[in-house]
Structures are given as C-alpha cells and as structure tokens.
Design a protein. Structure first.
Length: 94
C-alpha cells in the first residue's frame, strides 16, 4: 500500500512507473532492482529511482549511523596486525 493513499506515486519519472507497479512486480517475484528493471525499465535511464526501488523491495542500504563503528579498536589489536607481517603505512611507527 502506498503511503499516499490512492494517489499515484511515481517511482520512475523517466518511464512513468508507479510505486504500485513496482510492488506488483515484487509480489510476482522480483527481488532486486535489476529484476524490476528487466520487467519495466525502471532504473535504467537516469538511475535516480534505484534507491527508492531498493526501499520498496526492502533492500535499502543501511544508514550512516548503522555503518558507524560500534566500538573503538583496541591498541593490542593494532599491534597484532603489525605482528602479522603487514608493513605499516606512511606516518605510522614501525
């Protein structure tokens, strides 16, 4: 169901594809934006609708907050990387 009641909500303005059409294709088995594109061309022109299609399919990328580190890296863990034979980068002590 659309968030906007009975109004047509266009997902892809390049090809005039509505949210309802994307949801119908998803219900018929499409699970990726590429599968939606092969069915109705949505997302194949300018690409600005691909994120919206991902959201409709439940495949949206996690937010920046979800990608933020959960805990700082312990100094001992950094020492273990150096001991594993990786050369330190520029500006880092050897």
């Amino acid at each position: 169901m659309s968030l906007f009641g009975g109004l047509k909500v266009y997902v892809c303005s390049c090809f005039g594809i509505t949210e309802r059409q994307v949801r119908e294709r998803a219900a018929a088995g499409a699970v990726t934006p590429r599968q939606i594109a092969s069915e109705c061309k949505a997302g194949t022109d300018c690409g600005s609708c691909v994120r919206r299609i991902q959201c409709i399919l439940g495949r949206a990328r996690p937010s920046a907050a979800a990608l933020a580190p959960q805990a700082p890296v312990a100094p001992a863990a950094l020492d273990a990387v150096g001991a594993a034979g990786r050369a330190p980068g520029p500006g880092y002590p050897s």
